[in-house]
Design a protein around this ligand. Structure first.
Ligand SMILES: Cc1cc2nc3c(=O)[nH]c(=O)nc-3n(C[C@H](O)[C@H](O)[C@H](O)COP(=O)(O)OP(=O)(O)OC[C@H]3O[C@@H](n4cnc5c(N)ncnc54)[C@H](O)[C@@H]3O)c2cc1C
Length: 369
């Protein structure tokens, strides 16, 4: 048994802690904040297989989906639900893309099937708006982003090999050790740093040449919606966004309205176990990011959801923005090992909730641990 220090209490750090424990190691897990409050708790909770690029990324996503299902079984509090998703076409060009996607060679692996309007309502009776068809993805799933981290930590504690230290910010690191901002030293055989979008600080010298950028998204959440959404939802603007669609005729989609183009909007909707709808999102890449959330994209997103559901949304109760770290080349994440015994993992982009269990598995496999 070795001693592993995991730095970062987001989902990537937490999944690395899980994998280290699974391999029989002893884990110290430190988090700078009093409770993780960044991307890992600000997301939709979507385990989103449908959007992944064909090939290695899809294979990794499918492996992650398997692990999520196992986690959902062992730790029911994470709220894993294999609900699937609908990507809805409201224009003929969107439908053309979805037809091509549903006919592609990897459609079966993703659980893709094209539905006509009647079949769409049969799959998700809450979708009563005007639509031409929808792509169902039976592999997509959802978890509760507010519950995943504490539920997993509670399960880890039961191993007797897990020591979690919140409010502990690692300021310095070297082979076999790390020190926090108060000068406390941790000795470990392996230090895994999962800093999320905190590219500055202890990870900065290690990420200096890494192809990374940050992305800021705006989100909102309604009061409980009176119906159960049997699937998560995406609109036609998501066709411009996800790599899976890039090899299909997305260039023939009509130009997006200025509000969509300016804020790089796509609509995604997931429903919380308690009924609230989590709705987003926008994408901003130019730093420094705005400290405020902008109302105009929210008005657009509200209109889009209402046009899919064919009814008014309940009042919005919460709005927030979140930032993730994203690899800018075609790798799934940035994983660097600056010295023996230290590895940094970040840059999973808008797919970190989905991929993190499989990325953690890959990290330890690559280290030969
Ligand atoms: C609005 C939004 C919606 C999203 N929706 C989805 C989705 O539905 N599905 C999906 O798959 N992905 C989604 N994502 C992406 C996903 O949330 C991220 O990829 C993922 O949460 C990144 O996890 P992380 O652990 O790397 O980062 P973070 O969640 O940022 O966690 C990093 C943690 O490390 C800590 N830390 C950093 N430096 C130190 C240090 N020196 N010492 C101690 N602690 C430190 C930080 O305090 C932080 O808590 C979304 C992201 C956003 C922002």
């Amino acid at each position: 048994m070795e001693r592993v220090l995991v730095v970062g209490g987001g989902v990537v750090g937490t999944m690395h802690a899980r994998e280290a424990l699974r391999l029989g190691h002893e884990v110290i897990h430190v988090e700078a904040d009093a409770a993780p409050r960044r991307a890992s708790v600000r997301n939709f909770g979507l385990v989103w297989i449908s959007g992944r690029a064909a090939g290695a990324e899809l294979q990794l996503a499918l492996r992650a989906r398997e692990i999520w299902a196992a986690i959902g079984h062992d730790v029911p509090g994470v709220g894993f639900r294999p609900d699937g998703s609908l990507t809805v076409a409201q224009g003929p060009e969107e439908l053309t893309v979805l037809e091509a996607v549903a006919a592609a060679d990897d459609a079966r692996a993703r659980g893709f099937r094209l539905l006509d309007p009647a079949e769409t309502v049969a799959v998700n009776p809450a979708v009563r708006g005007a639509l031409l068809g929808a792509l169902v993805c039976t592999q997509d799933a959802v978890v509760e982003p507010g519950r995943v981290l504490p539920e997993l930590r509670a399960a880890f504690a039961a191993t007797g090999r897990y020591d979690y230290r919140p409010s502990t910010s690692i300021a310095d690191v070297g082979p076999g050790w790390a020190a926090d901002s108060r000068g406390h030293r941790f000795d470990a055989d392996l230090v895994v740093i999962c800093p999320g979008s905190r590219h500055e600080g202890v990870a900065a010298p290690m990420l200096e040449d890494a192809p990374l950028r940050r992305c800021r998204l705006q989100m909102m959440q309604t009061e409980p919606f009176p119906e159960r959404l049997t699937t998560s939802l995406a609109d036609g603007d998501s066709l411009r966004y996800y790599p899976v669609f890039a090899r299909f005729p997305v260039d023939r989609l009509p130009a997006p309205p200025p509000i969509v183009a300016d804020h790089r909007i796509q609509l995604l909707v997931s429903q919380r176990a308690t009924g609230e709808l989590t709705i987003g999102d926008t994408h901003a890449y130019d730093e420094p990011f705005d400290f405020a959330v902008e109302e105009e994209p929210y008005e657009h997103l509200r209109g889009r959801v209402e046009s899919l559901l064919g009814r008014a949304l309940p009042p919005v109760r919460r709005r927030w923005a979140g930032v993730y770290s994203q690899a800018t080349d075609d790798r799934v994440c940035v994983r660097v090992q600056p010295v023996a015994g230290v590895v940094v993992v970040t840059g999973l982009g808008g797919r970190g909730m989905t991929l993190s269990p499989a990325v953690a598995e890959q990290t330890f496999a690559e280290l030969g641990a």
